[in-house]
Design a protein around this ligand. Sequence first.
Ligand code: FAD
Length: 338
Amino acid sequence: MGKTIETDVAIIGAGPVGLFAAFECGMLKLNSVLIDALAEVGGQCTALYPEKPIYDIPAHPAIAAGHLISNLERQIEPFAVPRLLGRRVDRLEGAAGDFVLGTDRGDEVRCKAVVLAAGAGAFGPNRPPIEGIEAFEATGGVQYLVRRREDFRGARVVIAGGGDSAVDWALSLRDVAAKVMVVHRRAKFRAAPETAAQLAAAAAAGELELVTPYQLATLHGSDGQLEAVGVKDLSGGERLLQADHLLAFFGLSMDLGPIAGWGLGIEHSHIRVDPATCQTTLPGVFAVGDVATYAGKLKLILQGFSEGAMAAHAIHPIVYPDVALHFEYSTSKGVPAA
Ligand SMILES: Cc1cc2nc3c(=O)[nH]c(=O)nc-3n(C[C@H](O)[C@H](O)[C@H](O)COP(=O)(O)OP(=O)(O)OC[C@H]3O[C@@H](n4cnc5c(N)ncnc54)[C@H](O)[C@@H]3O)c2cc1C
């Protein structure tokens, strides 16, 4: 049985940008609700790289992605924002001042404005097309992200991919894993030149093995326990790599899903907004964070934070049409006691 919620602003997506948008709404006395398809808040930060340090959050020389999310959660505590997690919003009806959203779990949210902080949409990893892979996914033999580095202590790990994630994790896991093998179809890696050079140096020092140019071909094991990964080169040469885990980093698939059908100006899976307000082509519907695009857009968390502030200010007159909004610093206003 779904829930019924009435609020000022429905925020779709509880990634870092959605969480901070809830704070900015709260500071302007706008009630909000956070809705996310995932079971936990934090979007990409929680689901993809909780232990990785982020270096470009202002005033945090380095902060682990998971820690950033717990700080954002603490920051919105004073506003007691309700959350509907594990629910995908698949319906939007109405107009500015009176929207109704529906989720796949039968919830109904009535609100005056909508903030889409949907990131890359409902995201998922690109899975390599290997027969029988599902059995190994279920047991953790095959994984697409590293939640806890410690899970790989003493293990033989095959890492597949040529981008930043593959190279970063190969370098990181060489210190805990018994063996790290990096499979890539080219000898050259697409990762940042500095880390690609570190990878080559680590391979030369015997700290990990580069298996190039090879592609994943087969998985071997029984009862979901991975025992070996078969790889092939372009001329049909084969190798069998003894391994306990395969970590496949082939990027994310982006799927805006139902949002794509809401008549918003979608361009290559992004939503075009007015950069002054973050409003989409549909009045009362705003887009912030990775999902939003405009000239000069950078897909950075810090830019998404600022978009949350702009959207909240632009929403104020929709919720309080008769109240003039006087700009005030947080130092003057303070925050309510949690
Ligand atoms: C490995 C890695 C490293 C990164 N490093 C940095 C860095 O150093 N600095 C930096 O600034 N950025 C970095 N980023 C990018 C950063 O994580 C993103 O810019 C940020 O997560 C975007 O936040 P968001 O809230 O807009 O979207 P997301 O984090 O993608 O969250 C969007 C949420 O919306 C939900 N959602 C989507 N559609 C629906 C729907 N219909 N119904 C309900 N929920 C929905 C999704 O489930 C998701 O939880 C990195 C990304 C990766 C993958």
